[in-house]
Design a protein around this ligand. Structure first.
Ligand code: SF4
Length: 376
């Protein structure tokens, strides 16, 4: 049985482990991203490569140490560098003595026949029945993860003990990873949702609502974004992440075939500020920021890896969006030199600024006194 690995992105290892096992491969899950992972990848990668590429390389090296024989990854086309990640990473690993097979799978709309040939070649269980079952289980797990994470982000800022929410999430991830049957997945999810809803909360008269936008890897991988959702939640901010794994799969694998104009909404929202698809999530970053302005959110945080072209393009448009809609935007550029203390300090200052804006509006309106909210 081929032992395959893949790079971490958030908790997607849970549905991906289920998918690969059901298709007859043996998944080798690399250790969760750590300083060692980043150091290993940074040593091999070109200095100006995108930060996610460096972390991915670190994942692969740690998985090879654990016995991985092949690397499973998604391919891509478009203006950003993701399209040649696979080949570049293969060459870098080869030059450093790791001649490992890359199993690159493109989205079905690009080359459907080629995709089917690859599936037949690599997956021992590729009958339609096996594939349907594998996709169903992986999809259920991906959806469950996202439902629980969404709820956790809503509960955390109000929780008397925000750490309790984090502990509940971690316990849920472990149980979901172990669940093999549909019925088990549903039971684990219902239990986690019920436990989250039962967390003791201290209702707040006001809440700060913030949108998290930016490059997919930075938004979804908590171990490179310093657990930004938890950090902000503990500061009393309700965070809404704009990219979830199940949404990404739905858009890229399903909507790109059955609803090819799924990106239209983003194009329309972003149009006055950015007229083209610029790769990655650059267009979505601008569109979501416009949406946040229209819907009167309190602020937006943009996460970008160092040297990410689409996010750099989006960054040029954001000051105008921010000015026209009166929505504060904080951009955080993250790379291997970033440290938690620096990110925390900038977030605290941003949250202070937003709370100050609310207080000022309150006093101008002569309405209820803005209560000094702990954590703001
Ligand atoms: S979106 Fe940015 S970081 Fe991600 S592959 Fe493209 S250029 Fe690199």
């Amino acid at each position: 049985m081929l032992r395959v690995t893949f790079a971490h992105i958030g908790n997607s290892y849970i549905p991906l482990r289920a998918l690969l096992s059901e298709l007859g491969l043996e998944p080798v899950i690399p250790p969760l991203v750590s300083q060692r992972t980043i150091a290993l990848g940074t040593k091999l990668a070109p200095e100006f490569a995108c930060f996610p590429l460096k972390v991915n390389l670190g994942n692969y090296l740690e998985a090879i140490e654990a016995g991985a024989e092949g690397i499973f990854m998604a391919g891509g086309v478009g203006p950003c560098r993701f399209g040649y990640y696979g080949e570049l990473q293969r060459q870098i690993l080869k030059e450093n003595g790791y001649d490992i097979e890359f199993l690159v799978f493109e989205a079905p709309k690009t080359h459907p026949l080629e995709l089917w040939e690859r599936i037949r070649k690599y997956f021992p269980r590729h009958r339609l029945f096996d594939m349907a079952r594998a996709i169903r289980i992986a999809w259920l797990k991906a959806e469950s993860l996202d439902r629980v994470d969404r709820l956790a982000n809503r509960i955390r800022p109000q929780a008397i003990d925000p750490e309790a929410v984090n502990r509940l999430q971690e316990r849920f991830y472990q149980k979901l990873d172990q669940a093999g049957l549909t019925v088990e997945i549903k039971a684990v999810t219902s239990q986690a949702l019920a436990e989250l809803n039962a967390v003791k909360i201290r209702p707040r008269p006001y809440s700060l609502k913030m949108l998290l936008v930016g490059e997919i890897y930075m938004v979804m991988e908590p171990r490179v974004n310093f657990h930004i959702e938890r950090m902000l939640g503990e500061m009393g901010v309700e965070v809404t992440r704009t990219i979830y794994f199940s949404d990404w799969v739905r858009d890229q694998l399903v909507f790109s075939i059955v609803k090819p104009d799924w990106r239209r909404k983003f194009e329309l929202l972003a149009r006055p500020y950015l007229g083209n698809f610029v790769g990655g999530h650059g267009l979505e970053t601008v569109a979501h920021t416009v949406e946040a302005g229209v819907n009167r959110w309190n602020g937006v945080v943009q996460l970008a890896p160092f040297t990410c072209m689409p996010e750099i393009v989006a960054m040029q448009a954001l000051p105008k969006v921010s000015k026209e809609f009166g929505i504060p935007v904080l951009t955080l550029i993250i790379d291997e030199h970033s440290a938690e203390a620096g990110i925390r300090t900038r977030l605290e200052a941003f949250v202070d600024l937003l709370a100050h804006r609310i207080r000022r509006k309150q006093s101008k309106a002569g309405g209820r006194r803005f209560e000094a909210l702990s954590g703001y």
